[in-house]
Design a protein around this ligand. Structure first.
Ligand code: WT7
Length: 634
């Protein structure tokens, strides 16, 4: 599609984009110094970047002041947060003034419980206003928030509480998913009871989303609402060094243990503001809806920080896309006049299945920018979203980035970069992707390779919690001189990027990152399983689905399938449940004993030949056996 077919006026033109890109490349220090002025600092940074010290290193600031206080004069009565509850008639509108007041009260509650600068606070909540409020309250007092996704199992929560050393947890009595109730508090209780000596939680604050009662531990648990009412609405913000951690967020990699990605304050906030502004063509009066849960980085950067830093209005929706009826999302867009709608390819695939007539019943003319993130989007889904939801009038931003990058890295800029359906297009000004060959040498022109990044950028994670060496080993050492993203990509003759997917053992299920090793470690806890391998295969709805090969110890018990699923869902969470479990006598191995995943993937996808040279395997005969086994389950 050509740019001229957009009837909207976007802020940037192709010439502006070119100028920004040229300036950022020619004078990076000057460019980022200027972008640093997006924020309000209590100590101005003297330089943008220092390789040893990090971004805006000698600057100081407070994140909540940047998101709230500094807007009060001009935007005090503008909505900062609109919460659409699960029940249709229930809407809460918080102006900047009101949100500021709630954040201050919450911050005072945390302070009164003894939360200090640098302490970790776990946030385990459904999509309710208390989520963003708790995050900003932590930021106000210099505490580090650790948001835990609602879909995690008690084991997964327990691991993250232990690793982060969180001292307070904020949860809800229940979450609502349509007519269903999700037992947040009970799940957290189970997590705390699992390894009582491994965590440091002293207080649990409980949001009452519904009237449902839950058991409360007298010395430890308190309902949040009365504490907020009693707290002062005046709260002095803590000035923090630019590189002090703002939050930890756990994500999966190729090792079994999830990593606590550490994001700093100044650099991260500059990146959140810069990318939200550029990629979503932020304009006064915009209503920004990011459908991601705050348990993921998308919910942090575009559900909270980016839009608030820029004085925007965030819409937070508690419910599901199709409850009480298909079209609920479109209804939300219509009711709240959403201008900017940021979602996932997985959601689009599910919504497409409901049929075009569902969308047509709603007035979606308020939309100006559509965005997706999390996984590659097919041309079909891209076109459907663009035409049926965007009416062919909107800019479409397919944004590539990751937890570690803090914000968007490769994406069209509305009005400035011509889209190509299903391509993330071009790097944002200041970002330098490279495609490397297997030896780590950059490839020129139209080509395909391992996607790495040259140089740093303000949003880059500063470390892995308690394991700086692992950060170096994971991101900086695989391809010396570059930052390794874990993705592969193709670059076309126009310099456009097409992300091809992970090159490591990370599986992307509905936009959720899950490590093969994470699943295999979970299966290893089941005593009747000797060995296992988890791989990702294409899945119509989820993008990728998980297939597991399990080698039983001696005699396989009859309920081995059930045991395997239980091991995975209890250690990781339901979102990691496999599509298929193949019980097999052995796995194909190299002579040094490594599983050959390439073969396992092909066999799971139903291939029966073309496996290449098998003579290097220690046990080539197993390949035929596995093919027969998999075929017989079809
Ligand atoms: C991985 C990062 C970034 C927030 C959500 C996920 C994949 C992300 C795209 C895209 C193709 C994408 C990559 C990346 N990914 N965006 N537009 N096209 N793939 O964050 O959980 O850290 O996952 O998601 O594989 O590495 P995350």
């Amino acid at each position: 599609m050509s740019l001229s077919s957009h009837p909207h006026t976007f802020r940037l033109s192709p010439a502006d984009y070119n100028a920004l890109t040229t300036n950022a490349a020619a004078q990076p220090e000057l460019y980022w110094e200027r972008e640093g002025r997006r924020l309000t600092w209590t100590a101005e940074p003297s330089a943008a970047y220092c390789k040893e010290k990090g971004w805006f290193a000698d600057g100081a600031l407070n994140a909540s002041v940047n998101c709230l206080d500094r807007h009060l004069e001009k935007r005090g009565n503008q909505n900062a947060l609109i919460w659409q509850a699960e029940d249709t008639g229930n809407v809460l509108r918080l102006t900047y003034k009101a949100l500021h007041e709630r954040v201050c009260r919450m911050a005072n509650v945390l302070r009164s419980l003894g939360v200090k600068i640098g302490d970790r606070v776990a946030i385990h909540l459904p999509s309710v206003p208390e989520g963003p409020i708790a995050m900003l309250a932590c930021a106000r007092i210099g505490a580090i928030h650790v948001v835990l996704f609602g879909g995690f199992s008690p084991e997964a929560i327990a691991d993250r509480l232990a690793d982060s050393g969180a001292v307070v947890a904020v949860t809800a009595n229940v979450g609502r998913r349509g007519a269903k109730r999700i037992p947040f508090k009970t799940t957290l209780d189970a997590a705390l009871a699992l390894h009582p000596d491994a965590h440091s939680i002293r207080h649990v604050l409980v949001v009452s989303v519904t009237e449902d009662d839950v058991s409360m531990d007298a010395g430890r648990d308190q309902w949040l609402s009365p504490l907020l009412d009693a707290a002062s609405s005046d709260c002095t913000p803590q000035h923090m060094p630019s590189c002090a951690p703002l939050f930890l967020l756990y994500t999966s990699g190729s090792t079994g243990k999830p990593k606590g990605i550490v994001h700093g304050t100044g650099g991260y906030l500059v990146w959140a503001s810069y990318t939200h502004d550029l990629v979503f063509d932020h304009q006064d009066g915009d209503i920004f809806w990011c459908t991601a849960d705050i348990g993921w980085i998308t919910g942090h950067t575009y559900g909270v920080y980016g839009p608030l830093l820029n004085g925007g209005t965030v819409l937070l929706f508690e419910g599901m896309p199709s409850h009480p009826s298909p079209g609920r999302w479109w209804n939300v867009i219509q009711d709240h006049k959403v201008t900017t709608f940021y979602t996932s390819p997985t959601a689009i695939r599910a919504l497409m299945r409901e049929g075009d007539d569902v969308v047509q019943r709603y007035d979606l003319s308020s939309l100006r920018v559509l965005g997706t993130v999390g996984e590659p989007i097919s041309q079909e889904a891209w076109s459907w979203f663009n035409n049926h939801v965007g009416g062919g009038r909107c800019a479409f931003v397919d944004t590539w980035w990751q937890t570690e990058s803090g914000g968007i890295m490769i994406s069209p800029v509305p009005g400035a970069v011509t889209e190509k359906p299903a391509s993330a297009t071009l790097p944002l000004p200041g970002i330098h992707p490279v495609l490397l060959d297997e030896q780590g040498v950059p490839k020129a022109g139209a080509t395909e390779g391992v996607l790495c990044l040259r140089g740093s950028w303000p949003g880059r994670a500063i470390s892995i919690w308690k394991d700086a060496t692992l950060f170096e080993r994971t991101y900086l050492q695989p391809y010396p001189g570059f930052y390794f993203t874990g993705d592969g990509a193709r670059r076309d003759e126009d310099g456009y990027y097409w992300i091809t997917g992970r090159v490591d053992d990370v599986i992307n299920v509905s936009g959720h990152r899950i490590g093969s090793a994470e699943i295999e470690d979970a299966l290893a806890t089941e005593p009747t399983i000797a060995e296992s391998a988890a791989i990702g295969v294409p899945h119509d709805l989820k993008g990728q689905g998980i297939v597991v090969y399990v080698v039983p110890r001696a005699e396989a018990p009859e309920d081995l399938h059930i045991r395997a699923v239980k091991a995975i869902t209890s250690k990781v969470g339901r979102y990691a449940a496999p599509e298929h479990i193949h019980i097999v006598p052995d796995l194909p191995k190299t002579r040094s004993g490594k599983n050959v995943r390439r073969l396992l993937r092909k066999i799971a996808c139903g291939e029966t030949e073309g496996f290449g040279d098998l003579s290097t395997l220690a046990n080539p005969e197993i390949v035929v056996a596995l093919v027969e086994l998999v075929q017989s389950t079809k």
